[in-house]
Design a protein around this ligand. Structure first.
Ligand code: MSP
Length: 522
């Protein structure tokens, strides 16, 4: 068993600028890995960029740059955005890196030597956009190749093939016998249906005459490797496969298999669910070392797919500038169910932030610290009182919220986890409304009850901060600072009664300033 939880995401194409779909996948994985760190488990998060292929070559040509210059320029945009969004990754997979090239070539050579590859001529229709030969399966009802394939040309070509289809029955069996192979489960049935129809092998080469921006086949130098065959290998090449812990890479055995490859629904079939899984099997990985796929849905805009040609892409940089990274992270996690699609709306981003964070969590913190300062000189007293509402907060609402949070996070349902935390904060605000501590402050006979109320609120806020940490790491630490807690947030402390009698709280400073709609231009 590996001693580290390993998460990877799809590596992003460097033929265009990042949009909120890319940002979502990175934030989701960042949140899952921060959750692991918060519960003190060693974790490794690998992400990176997919720099080869026809699209990069074409885009570079258009701009008069070399493919490497073009890919490097795009790569910087991704790296800068991840920094702005607070994405904490441990490994960076760039497919033009020599480490990766060497691993890809070693794998190819081995598969070749073992007789798992063969060369064959093929005449057929080729999609320039998708960089693949098409079969009759890809024809639409009118018998044509639809616009999604872009320009389609007839070609005859000799190429190298990987014997994919001979593993079909193994893959079907693997799908049937491994529950967590594909999450959510409905995607598993889609994959199974596709595998049942699998016929033919995988063309893994491109003649250099047509495409030279790729990794050369070590046994036939007139060819480069098909971009997917190259890119998928990043998950192991940057996890230390063939490196024995050298080259500043982790030890492969300590990481593999990945707890999840986090990918979008478009690249499960065939890329990950079929090609990658069979590649690993063909390389000799035993079933227990076949990773799981966490397949997320898509962000759309106005019900339409985000696309450069539709001109509806939203630049995450603009959103960060306008609303801050915390607001974007929160929205991307709260307003989508993992696995399903969602529609992006800036209005909802502002609305949810204002309602759930500014008016709810922020207000709770602010009121609690203010009341404590005004009525009790900021000194917390842990005094036992018999009060039904406080009792139900400590004994029912609090443990239920924590349990719901853990269950949801363990299931990758970050939106449900956030609902549990926000619900706890809302309950606390209701406790304030219903007990009205300002009334208690006027009556010295109620002094103990007032202490108990403030203690219950401070305890709840402390744990709200811990539970928010994976999504809002800075805000969580901000809350800790205001509560004057000097330790780092950790899930082991998400239990009742950690703040000590006599603890002194700090002064409130607004953490979640309300977001306003940008002023209309023109
Ligand atoms: N380069 C390939 C992946 C290779 S993995 C070995 C690729 N790149 S991509 O840039 O097109 O997409 C990167 C990731 O972003 C994919 O997981 C994809 O599903 C995801 N998304 C792209 N658009 C998206 C949305 N609109 N919404 C959510 N995620 C989306 O595929």
């Amino acid at each position: 068993m590996p001693d580290c939880t390993f998460y990877t995401t799809a590596i992003d194409y460097t033929n265009a600028a990042p949009h909120i779909g890319h940002a979502y996948e990175k934030v989701l994985t960042d949140v899952l890995t921060r959750f692991e760190r918060l519960r003190a488990r060693p974790v490794f998060f690998l992400t990176g960029v997919d720099q080869h292929g026809q699209k990069v070559q074409q885009s570079a040509e258009k701009e008069g740059l070399s493919p490497q210059e073009f890919a490097d320029r795009c790569t910087v945009q991704f790296i800068e955005l991840w920094k702005k969004l607070g994405i904490h990754y441990d490994g960076w997979a760039a497919t033009t890196h020599p480490i990766h090239k060497r691993v890809v070539q070693k794998i190819l050579q081995r598969l070749h030597d073992e007789g798992q590859l063969y060369k064959q001529a093929h005449r057929g229709f080729y999609s320039v956009r998708q960089e693949q030969f098409l079969t009759d399966k890809e024809r639409n009802e009118a018998g044509e190749f639809g616009p999604e394939w872009g320009q389609v040309v007839e070609l005859e070509e000799e190429n190298w093939y990987f014997k994919l289809s001979k593993h079909r029955d193994w893959l079907l069996n693997h799908i049937d016998t491994h529950d967590r192979f594909v999450i959510p489960a409905f995607r598993k049935s889609e994959l199974r249906n596709a595998v049942e129809k699998l016929s033919g092998d995988l063309c893994i080469s491109r003649p250099k005459s047509r495409l030279n921006w790729g990794i050369e086949l070590p046994f036939d130098t007139e060819y480069v490797t098909y971009v997917w065959f190259d890119a998928l290998i990043n998950y192991i090449s940057f996890a230390g496969y063939f490196s024995e812990g050298g080259e500043n890479l982790p030890r492969f055995e300590s990481l593999w298999p990945a707890a999840a490859h986090v990918i979008g629904k478009d690249i499960l079939i065939p890329a990950h669910g079929i090609y990658w899984t069979i590649m690993l099997h063909g390389m000799g990985f035993p079933d227990l070392q076949i990773p799981s796929f966490l397949v997320h849905g898509w962000w759309n805009i106005g019900g339409a797919k985000i696309s450069k040609s539709l001109g509806n892409t939203v630049d995450p940089n603009v959103l960060v500038e306008r609303y801050g990274a915390a607001a974007l992270r929160y929205y991307l996690m709260a307003d989508i169910v993992t696995g399903k699609d969602s529609d992006f709306s800036e209005e909802r981003l502002r609305g949810r932030y204002n309602d759930e964070l500014a008016n709810n969590v922020g207000n709770l913190l602010n009121r609690t610290l203010n009341m404590s300062a005004r009525y009790k000189g900021s000194v917390l007293r842990n005094i036992a009182v018999d009060h039904e509402l406080l009792h139900s907060l400590a004994v029912t609402e609090f443990p239920q919220a924590v349990a719901a949070y853990f269950a949801a996070m363990g299931d990758y349902q970050v939106d449900a986890a956030l609902r549990a935390v926000i619900g706890l904060a809302r309950f606390c605000n209701q406790v304030i409304e219903s007990i009205a501590p300002w009334k208690l402050a006027k009556d010295t006979a109620q002094s103990d009850l007032l202490d108990a109320v403030l203690y219950h609120l401070a305890e709840s806020i402390r744990v709200v901060a811990i539970l928010l940490e994976p999504v809002l790491p800075d805000a969580a630490r901000g809350i800790f600072r205001q509560l004057q807690i000097n330790s780092e947030p950790q899930l082991a402390d998400a239990v009742w009664g950690v703040l000590l009698d006599g603890h002194i709280l700090g002064a409130p400073t607004p953490l979640f300033p309300r977001l306003e709609a940008p002023a209309e231009v023109g």
